[in-house]
Ligand binder design. Structure first.
Ligand code: G6P
Length: 470
């Protein structure tokens, strides 16, 4: 019996250079969070390797991935356009992040979303044994639990959504809302990061489908579906341990050289309008206007990791960030200082670890975020217990990291004041807060998350079996 993880994207992606394929880690919370854990158990992972691979090269790629227990689902360019960029990222992503005016309800997107979910089911059927546990991840595959349930009525199916589940008033806007929910309730256990997501999902399902709920259980046609919150964690030991390595120490010395008195504010995100990147920049501008004494004394070190930049709203955002940063730097810079050190690229984990370990403040202000693992990675990297986390109340992580300075990301004045508070925070208070947050991140780590979900999935399945035999 094995666990079969299925997600849109594999934890590694293929890049092509000079006709050679190489595997590199994928970006984003799902891949970075689960990417290492699946290796430790008896599991395989099914998903898309990130680019279109021509038919004649697929065998070669399949072999490379098989060595890592990864099993590819190949998508054509048309499927990438309509299912991934289209339905997943121009309908579900904006609506689930409450940006309803960004959604494009195209019939062709929906048709392709259905056929690609079918395609994932067909791939899964090739590797599934009857007793396997199936664990489906995220919004790109909402129909998959239902499709697999039809094929394997007794299968053990878990589903976890890594992004928020919106309130009923938002979800009901989607033209294919019942179909999506019917797909989801093919699972035995449905997990979200927070209790609010659970609440929204249950209220949506009971209003739109012929199901009723008692507490966190949905009852539909003799099947019971359990819906629960499982706040995702990170690999605490990895981040905490990395900072002591020689390579990371070298990076730390390199960053800090000549900046001994500079306060560094760190910001790391995938390119995404849900992350509040522009708002963060505007808050910094406000701070430089209202507190000119900090000019030349603070620096925003901002990494934006390229993501989905073929989707128009993402490329527009990239242009807006370029423009804003250029303008702000041009107005405020001096001969030997710039307010924003901006990078549009990804970095190896050692560099990120060094930045986490050395930044005085980490500024995480998404407009809405399922969890946000960057905030937890920062905390895990603060082995001296110093540093200040500023965290949006719209991020799932704010429910756990209550010792951060919590801000409303729409309130630029609030972010500005939070930065000033962080800059002035006495070391003793920093340590008190950081210690408390580190204890939480250490205890509720990603292994705990995986074990907890799988344990509950087994329990839910067992209790269904005993109901049937009564
Ligand atoms: C978020 C989503 C993941 C997704 C990741 C990266 O974390 O929850 O499902 O994989 O972003 O986005 P991408 O579109 O590049 O897979």
């Amino acid at each position: 019996m094995k666990t079969v993880i299925i997600s849109n994207r594999l934890p590694v992606k293929i890049i092509e250079e000079n006709n050679e394929y190489t595997l590199i880690p994928s970006e984003g919370g799902l891949a970075t969070g689960l990417g290492d854990v699946y290796k430790s158990g008896n599991s395989i992972w099914i998903g898309w390797p990130g680019i279109e691979v021509p038919d004649e090269r697929q065998e070669e790629v399949t072999q490379k991935l098989a060595a890592l227990n990864l099993y590819p689902v190949y998508l054509t360019q048309n499927e990438i356009n309509l299912y991934y960029e289209g339905f997943s990222n121009e309908v579900l992503w904006p609506v689930f992040h409450y940006l309803v005016t960004y959604a494009h309800y195209e019939q062709s997107y929906w048709d392709c979303y259905q056929s690609v979910n079918d395609k994932f089911a067909k791939s899964a059927m090739q590797v599934l044994d009857r007793k396997d546990k199936i664990w489906i991840q995220d919004y790109q595959l909402l129909l998959l639990p239902g499709i697999l349930r039809e094929k394997l009525p007794n299968a053990t199916i878990g589903f976890f959504q890594h992004i928020p589940f919106p309130s009923y008033e938002i979800f009901r806007l989607i033209p294919w809302r019942e179909e999506l929910l019917n797909g989801l309730i093919g699972a035995d256990l449905i997990g979200f990061h927070t209790f609010d997501d659970v609440r929204h999902f249950i209220s949506t399902a009971t209003r739109l489908l012929p199901v009723n709920s008692s507490s966190n259980v949905l009852n539909s046609n003799e099947r019971q579906i359990v819906v629960e919150a499982f706040p995702m964690g990170i690999d605490y030991d990895k981040f905490s341990g990395l900072t002591a390595t020689e390579e990371v120490q070298k990076e730390i010395n390199y960053f800090r050289a000549g900046k001994e008195d500079m306060k560094v504010i760190l910001s790391i995100d995938r390119l995404d309008y849900s992350k509040g990147i522009l708002e963060r920049l505007k808050a910094l501008e406000l701070l430089l206007q209202h507190y000119p004494e900090y000019i030349g004394k603070i620096e925003l070190f901002m990494i934006v990791v390229p993501s989905r930049d073929t989707v128009p709203k993402y490329s527009e955002l990239r242009d807006q960030i370029d423009q804003f940063v250029g303008n702000l730097n041009a107005r405020y810079r001096s001969m030997n200082w710039i307010p924003v050190n901006y990078f549009y690229r990804s970095f190896p984990i050692e560099v990120l670890s060094a930045l986490y370990a050395t930044a005085d403040i980490c500024l995480v202000t998404p407009m809405r975020d399922g969890m946000n693992l960057v905030s937890k990675e920062y905390v895990a990297s603060r082995n001296n217990n110093d540093g200040v986390l500023i965290l949006s109340e719209m991020a799932g992580a704010s429910k756990e990291l209550t010792d951060a300075i919590i801000v409303n990301p729409n309130n630029l004045g609030d972010i500005m004041e939070a930065i000033v508070t962080a800059l002035k925070m006495p070391l003793a208070e920093q340590k008190l807060r950081m210690k408390a947050m580190r204890a939480i991140v250490e205890k509720f780590n990603v292994k705990h998350w995986v074990n907890n979900f799988i344990l509950r999935l087994n329990e839910v399945k067992d209790s269904q079996k005993s109901l049937l035999t009564k």
